[in-house]
Design a protein around this ligand. Sequence first.
Ligand SMILES: [Zn+2]
Length: 245
Amino acid sequence: MYHRTGPEEKYMVRSRKNFLADLERLFRLGYRPVTLAEYGSNRMSLPRGSSPVVLTFDDSDPSQFSLKSDGTTDPNSMVGIWRSFEKKHPDFPVKGTFFVLPNGPFGRQEDAAKKLSLLKKWGSEIGSHTMTHRSLNKISDSEVSVEFGKSFEYVRKLGFTPDSMALPYGVLPKNRDLLKSAHYGGKNYRYSNVVLAGSEPAPSPMSKSFNPLRIPRVKAYDGQMGIHWWLDFNKKHPTKPYVQP
Ligand SMILES: [Zn+2]
């Protein structure tokens, strides 16, 4: 789970250097990127012997994806860093899941269409992160339904299939049934995959413990239960990551 990047590592900010190091370590360990929709539906076209990783980006911050004035990808944005990594490692393509807000997305209306068409071309996914980013346990059932329905339509308007949603702060609505069906504007809405905001690696989509409406994520930071803590844990403990047969 990523939010922003910058020159230095800070709360919610993965430094550029550390983001690149994350890609390098995941690559070395045999992980290959898939989207959340591919993982959730167990339709991952992974090379044999590799394991899936879903890189998710919340809030559509400009540092995730920006373009230079000549229209090329800013190499200092996360997508730019990933793109140049992909040039060296074509089997680690820019296939991420971006949970966007109505902030452009990525902060700028002017070049949003171009960014979205590039993400689509590369095989990335756009998912919902609601419209107003409020804690869903603090608002009414009908307000939650508006958030789910409106953001579903918003993602569709951006040209993507709204399969996936990230709950703001990982907070579930008081009425959990709204995750299965939310009524808005005369229609019922449902996301196939719903992610929380942290804690642990997600189980195999074929595992009994897999719940598509409560998918855990790993925070991309250096502390306890962060990405490297879990990758080290996997090395020390006999856990078995999903491996493509
Ligand atoms: Zn968020």
